[in-house]
Design a protein around this ligand. Structure first.
Ligand SMILES: CC(C)(COP(=O)(O)OP(=O)(O)OC[C@H]1O[C@@H](n2cnc3c(N)ncnc32)[C@H](O)[C@@H]1OP(=O)(O)O)[C@@H](O)C(=O)NCCC(=O)NCCS
Length: 325
């Protein structure tokens, strides 16, 4: 029994924020951002949109592609760190929006690795024979968690959502493996200090801008490249493949330099590596399902192709998935 991808969908908000727009907000330049990150623009949710809205549209599109109705869904798992509320889970709001009355739903908090963590849970659920169809979603409204006065971070992130629909099938195609890792010792290199239980909402906390994402970019960069490379090799070795067997490498879209360094270390060619970070920036848990949907729409994913995906994010968390399309 394998979990096969039978539908993909994505949603990007209409509003584009270019590097030139950012030049008017912080002390930065289009050239600096492109040279250091490869990002040219990102999408920003409008005031009426939040994570559940974008996730619902992406999920509905994945269901439409597969021709599956809401009551045929058994489980909805959503990777996000920018849910609509601290609790309950945003996946429950998506479940209600879709009318997926037979599905149970929960969120996974693994930052930029959230989608692959969610995919791993969904795959285990299907392989164990506990259900037939699972929506796996990554959706983020990072524009509400980013400090738009901090040039070190605000240039990197954007909003969006992507989804895949997994279906149990007797097939050689589908998810071949998932490998996940965490190391909580690196927490303070990439995190949101407030307003959880440690630093609840306070006037001082608001003044110190504790509710915004904080990052030490240099350090994150080094560990990200190393971890993405290692966990990708782990996926290939576990299945007896090499880089030459990969049809498309669909990594978390953090920034172009991380992607290029990882691709090079893995010995993959440019043609094998899918990149859209220039258009959307880093949408955290949403980058991989958005990229899968775009790669599919562009005709880059053909039946039988080997798809390698890898992610890295706050926690630290990192992981990989190998999929036979
Ligand atoms: C954030 C990142 C682009 C910064 O690039 P960098 O080459 O490491 O740059 P540094 O942080 O060393 O800063 C170099 C200089 O640029 C400045 N700088 C930082 N952001 C800037 C910006 N947006 N515009 C202009 N200058 C900027 C710094 O203040 C620093 O100035 P100084 O030398 O006067 O102190 C890079 O570290 C990175 O991509 N890190 C990974 C981040 C990431 O992907 N996180 C998510 C992982 S899931």
């Amino acid at each position: 029994m394998k979990a096969r991808i039978v539908g993909t969908g994505s949603y990007l908000p209409e509003q584009t924020r270019t590097n030139y727009d950012l030049e008017k907000m912080v002390d930065t330049s289009h050239d600096w951002i492109v040279a250091r990150t490869g990002i040219e623009e990102r999408r920003i949710a409008d005031a009426t949109e939040c994570t559940s809205d974008m996730a619902t549209i992406a999920a509905q599109r994945a269901m439409d592609m597969a021709g599956v109705t809401a009551d045929e869904i058994d489980m909805i798992v959503l990777g996000t760190i920018t849910g609509d509320y601290p609790w309950p889970a945003t996946a429950c709001i998506v479940q209600a929006n879709l009318g997926a009355k037979n599905a149970f739903a929960y969120d996974v908090s693994a930052a930029c690795s959230g989608f692959l963590y969610a995919l791993s849970s969904a795959n285990d659920f299907i392989v164990a024979g506990r259900g037939k169809r699972v929506l796996v979603i990554g959706a983020e409204t990072l524009s509400r968690a980013v400090d738009w006065t901090d040039r070190n971070t605000c240039v990197l992130f954007g909003d969006g959502a992507g989804a895949i629909l997994l279906e149990a099938q007797e097939s050689d195609s589908g998810v071949l493996s998932c490998h996940l890792h965490s190391d909580g010792n690196f927490l303070e290199l990439l995190y949101q200090p407030g307003f959880g239980a440690k630093h609840p909402v306070s006037v001082e906390g608001i003044g110190a801008r504790l509710s915004y994402l904080k990052m030490q970019g240099n350090e994150v960069f080094k560990v990200a490249v190393r971890s993405l490379t290692e966990v990708s090799k782990e996926a290939l070795a576990a299945n007896g493949y090499t880089s030459a067997d990969v049809g498309q490498f669909i990594p978390h879209q953090a920034n172009l330099r991380i992607l290029e360094a990882t691709t090079k270390r893995l010995g993959l060619t440019e043609e094998q590596s899918f990149i859209n970070v220039h258009k959307y920036g880093n949408t955290s848990g949403a980058t991989i399902p958005i990229a899968i949907d775009e790669a599919y729409q562009q005709g880059l994913l053909k039946e039988g192709d080997l798809i390698l995906s890898a992610a890295f994010g706050g926690g630290f968390t990192w992981g990989s998935a190998l999929i036979r399309w």
